[in-house]
Design a protein around this ligand. Structure first.
Ligand code: HQG
Length: 182
């Protein structure tokens, strides 16, 4: 597990690579990438410190790979704010028949009325199994409800799904007729 300082760095990386790059004086490219040397300078950290947090991150939130110029770059694999205009260029993917979404019970009435919406992010985020969905919902409240999403039926009806590099399923919206309480 990461130390407290490493978790703090991980959260800072999420902030600058998903939500507020300008707080570190950074700009993401069109696909969300930042050259690693630029990030290291902006955050005053070493490559070794970055590598530990990227490798030890519990959800593999960050991807590092060489750019066309051979210089390593880094981006968040999912979770970007809508206010940050990035296109991850994830190809459409065929989802499993059922996916899951964990949310505070206080959201339930609204979700059953208007479906799942991306809110401040680019996509609705869906989990591959119930335990993962519970963990996601518990970030926000102790009393969590898990919704089953009829992803296979949705795909058949023309909804497009993507799978992020760290295994999160993404789609634009989930209309309420494709939701049921687990
Ligand atoms: C809810 C984390 C009322 C939705 C996670 C959620 C995930 C509605 C909240 C990723 C609604 C948005 C995303 C409606 C949606 N009425 N509430 N119509 N539609 N909601 O954080 O899915 O750890 O943007 O249920 O693991 O919780 O950061 O989405 O509660 O993968 O890497 O509105 O963030 O990843 O919250 O989490 P979020 P989320 P990281």
């Amino acid at each position: 597990p990461l130390t407290r300082d490493q978790v703090r760095l991980s959260k800072r990386l999420s902030l600058v690579l998903r939500h507020r790059p300008e707080t570190a004086g950074l700009t993401l490219d069109a696909n969300g990438w930042v050259p690693v040397p630029v990030l290291l300078a902006a955050l005053s950290i070493t490559r070794a410190e970055l590598d530990v947090v990227v490798a030890g991150n519990d959800k593999s939130r960050f991807a590092v790979s060489p750019g066309p110029d051979g210089v390593d770059r880094i981006r968040a694999s999912q979770g970007h704010s809508r206010r940050v205009a990035v296109d991850l260029e994830l190809p459409p993917a065929v989802p499993p028949a059922e996916l899951f979404h964990g949310t505070p019970r206080t959201n339930l009435d609204s979700i059953l009325r208007e479906g799942l919406r991306p809110r401040s992010r680019h996509h609705v985020h869906l989990s591959i199994d119930v335990p993962t969905a519970i963990t996601v919902g518990r970030r926000r409240a102790a009393d969590v409800v898990v919704l089953s999403v009829a992803a296979g039926v949705m795909a058949g009806a023309g909804h497009v799904f993507h799978r992020s590099d760290n295994g999160v399923w993404l789609t634009a919206v989930v209309p309420s007729q494709h939701l049921s309480v687990k």
